[in-house]
Design a protein around this ligand. Structure first.
Ligand SMILES: *Cc1c(COP(=O)(O)O)cnc(C)c1O
Length: 335
């Protein structure tokens, strides 16, 4: 049975509150409901940020969280950009670990995983606070058992290449915050209904950036090409992991700006893929630009995409040595 990504929640979440300048202890609560005042800052002024990371069950039975410290740093960076109360790394680590430890039996076998969604929201009850940071906040971590997001290796995606619109602002793209998705949504909805596309590749002014929720790779001539982290895109942990592994596998790495023209010119003899915690590395089969469809290679999952994806998932499932110290172990192997 496949479970739809993100709509099936573990019965418990971990929660803490920031009030009068201090964080409360972490508590375990039912994931069924949470009460918010209708004037809550987050509901009007979008003071929210989140993370998406995964706990995996290794083939030997042990459970670990992938790149926990890196996700914690990124949440702190988003919180700073949003002027939300800043949770210490130790508090975030404790609340993320606890939601998994309390529900270990819900971590599926690979390729499934327990998707974790730490979320920070401003809850001041004052609609006059448009220009004021929320002084109170709630921090919680939801857990959701998931299967493969895009059905793994089989399907390739059809992307709309949009060289007009921005996903968000040139500086706020690095924050994982609800407002960015709200700003991009109408373009994605349009691409879906009008062009039957799965996602939009945002390329404002011809600059190839990323899609609504994943980073973009152009793979050509044994080279991995992706936009550098200049603040306009989300610094993907998967992106970083693939660049590290790609280098080890002998690929040339080019973190540089590239244009829609370069992308479309090389489409036929290249591979393109999206990277993200949910997507892992998902191949793109077609690009649509100005109403014209450009096939990528033979529209199938290419050998480089497959190889890079496997290099990463082998570490996540504990099949390959963790030279990078990316795995944060929670339990030992079963004997
Ligand atoms: C979450 C996200 C990504 C992928 O980041 P990972 O850390 O690899 O999961 C890329 N782009 C956007 C806009 C995102 O929200």
């Amino acid at each position: 049975m496949t479970i739809a990504f993100g709509a099936n929640f573990a019965p418990h979440l971990t929660v803490c509150r920031y009030q009068d300048g201090a964080w409360s202890d972490v508590s375990l609560q039912s994931a069924e409901s949470m009460t918010l005042h209708p004037a809550s800052h987050v509901l009007h002024y979008s003071s929210s940020c989140f993370e998406g990371l995964k706990a995996y069950r290794r083939d030997d039975g042990g459970v670990h969280i992938f790149r926990l410290a890196t996700h914690i740093r990124r949440l702190q960076n988003s919180a700073r950009l949003l002027h939300l109360p800043l949770p210490e790394a130790s508090l975030l680590e404790q609340m993320i670990e606890q939601v998994v430890r309390e529900q270990l039996e819900l971590v599926p076998e690979f390729p499934g995983s327990l998707y974790l969604r730490p979320t920070l929201i401003g809850i001041d009850e004052n609609v006059g606070s448009a220009g004021k940071a929320s002084s109170d906040a709630i921090l919680y971590t939801l857990a959701s058992p998931v299967e493969d997001y895009f059905g793994g290796n089989k399907k390739t995606l059809r992307l709309m290449v949009d060289d007009q619109n921005m996903r968000t602002t040139p500086t706020f793209g690095q924050a994982k915050t609800g407002g960015n998705y709200a700003a991009a949504l109408r373009f994605i909805a349009h691409a879906k209904t009008e062009y039957d596309c799965d996602q939009v590749l945002f390329c404002p002014g011809g600059d190839v950036q990323e899609t609504g929720a994943a980073n973009f790779f152009l793979i050509r001539d044994n080279t991995l090409i992706t936009k550098p982290l200049d603040g306009s895109i989300l610094p993907g942990v998967t992106r970083d992991s693939l660049l590290t592994l790609g280098k080890e596998l002998g690929y040339k790495i080019e973190e540089r700006d590239f244009s829609v023209t370069e992308l479309l010119e090389s489409a036929e003899r290249a591979e393109c893929a999206l990277s993200g915690t949910a997507a892992v590395l998902t191949a793109v089969g077609e690009l649509v630009h100005n109403g014209k469809t450009y096939p990528i290679g033979d529209r199938q999952v290419g050998p480089h995409t497959r190889k890079l994806r496997h290099a990463l998932t082998d570490i996540q499932r504990g099949n390959n040595a963790d030279y990078q110290h990316w795995l944060h172990p929670l339990t030992q192997p079963r004997h």
